[in-house]
Design a protein around this ligand. Sequence first.
Ligand code: NAD
Length: 489
Amino acid sequence: PTMAHSQALLVLENFIGGKFVPCSSYIDSYNPSTGDVYCRVPDSGKEEVEAAVKAAKDAFPIWSSKSPLERSQILNKLAGLIEHDLEAFAQAESKDQGKTITFARTVDIPRAVHNFRFFASSILHHVTECTEMPAMGCVHYTSRAPVGVAGLISPWNLPLYLLTWKIAPAIACGNTVVAKPSEMTSVTAWMMCKLLEKAGVPPGVVNVVFGTGAKAGEALVCHPDVPLISFTGSTLTAQRITERSAPHCKRLSLELGGKNPAIIFDDADLSQCIPTTVRSSFANQGEICLCTSRIFVQRGIYSEFLKRFVAEAKKWKTGNPSDPTVDVGALISKEHLEKVRNYVKKAQAEGARVLCGEGVDPLALPPGNQKGYFMLPTVIAEVKDESCCMQEEIFGPVTCVVAFDTEEEVIKRANGVKYGLAATVWSSNVGRVHRVAHRLQSGLVWTNCWLVRDLNLPFGGMKASGIGREGAKDSYEFFTEVKTITIKH
Ligand code: NAD
C-alpha cells in the first residue's frame, strides 16, 4: 500500500470516560477510492475494553436515574450538533467508506441525526401495562428499567447510521454504552465523540473503543459486566458472538445478512419498478443488508424487463465518490472487491450470462482513482437457484435476474435460501400483494416500493438474518428489563 503522499495521517483515539485516550498500537485504515492508507485506528484489546466498561459502569447510576425528559433533551442537542456538521460528517463517511458523497449527504448522516431525534421523542411515549384482579384485591403493573452497560458492535456499510441506531435507544432508555464500530470505518464515530460533551452527555455514558472484531469485539462480548450485546454484521460473526457470550447468558440482538428477493408480477408498473429495483440492487454499491440480489420476473414480461433493467443499470455512473454526479462509489476493501468479483466469475463458469458490468463493459476511472476498489453494476441472468450467486450474500453491486411462472412457485423459490431479511413484491393486484407478503419468510416486505421505513415499526430478520427486532417499541424492550409488580390493597 502506498502512504498518502507523506500527508499527515489522521490518527484516531479511543473515547473513554469522556476523554480521548491514545492506544499502544494502531491499525491502518484505507481510503477505498484511492487505495491509500490515510488513517490509523486504535487496535484496542482487553485492557481498553476493561477501562471503557468501568467508565460506563461508573456513569450508570447517575445517567439511569435521570428522567426520560432530561435524557431526551440531551439526545436532541446531540442530533442538532451532528446536523450542524452534516457536511463534514458526510465528507468523512464518503472518504472512509467509499460511498458516494451524495449517499452520505442524503442517507447516512441525515439518518444518524434522525436516529437521535426519533428516540429522543419515542422515549417520552412508552406506557407500561396494568391489570386488575378485583376478586383478589390486587393490581399488577409492569415497570421497565435500563439494563446496565450495553455493548454495541456495528459494521462498515452504513457506519454512523447503524451505530447511532443502537446508541440512541440504548442511552435514551438510561443505559450506558461501550461501542465498537468496524475497524474499517471508524472516523465518523470518533467525530461524534467530539460533540458529546457539548451536547451534555455526561462522561462515561458513551464510550467508544476502536479496533478489530477478534480483539476489541470479543473482549466486549466476553466481558462479564456487559449484560447485553446489540450486533449488526454477518451471520458468521453472529454465530461466534453467540458462542462467546453463552457462558454469561447475555441478551443478544442480532441484525445479520440477507439474500433479498424482488418478485415482479406481470401486472407490475414497470415504470416505477425498474428504477426502484436498480436502486435496490446497486445503492451504496450494493452494500446494504436490504439490497435486492435475486430478481424473480414473471415469464410474460421477462425479456422486456431484462432489456429495460440492463439499460437502466448502465446509466449508473461509477467513479470518484466525491463527484456528486457519481452513483456508484468504491467497495469497502480490496479483499471485498475480489470476493464480489469472484462471484461473477463463478456464475460465468456455471454458464450464467453476465449482461452488463464486471468483465463485460469498460470501467474508466479518473487518474486519482486507478487503485481504488471499483466495480460496475453487474446484472447476471440464467443462473440456477442452487448457484452460490443465488444462495449466498454477495454484498456488492451484483444482482441476478431469473424467470418464474406461478405465484406458488415463486414463493417457494424466494423462500429457498437460509436468509430472511427483506423482500419486495411488485404487482397492481392488492389481493396478491397481501397473499404473497404473508407467505414470504422475511422480516420486512416492501410492496411496490423499497426502503421506505417507519422507525416506529419492527426492523429485523428471520432465519439466518437475525434474532430480535429494532424499532421504537422493540428497541425499548431490548434495552430495558421488565418487572411485574403486584399490589394488594
Ligand atoms: P462483520 O460481521 O465482519 O463485522 C461486523 C462487526 O463485528 C465489526 O465491527 C467487526 O469488527 C465485529 N466483529 C467481527 N468479529 C467479531 C467477533 N468475533 N466478536 C465481536 N465482534 C466481531 O460484518 P461486516 O462485514 O462489517 O458487515 C457486513 C455484514 O453486515 C453483511 O452480512 C450485512 O448483511 C450485515 N448487515 C446487516 C444489517 C442488518 O440490519 N440486518 C445491516 C447492515 C449490515
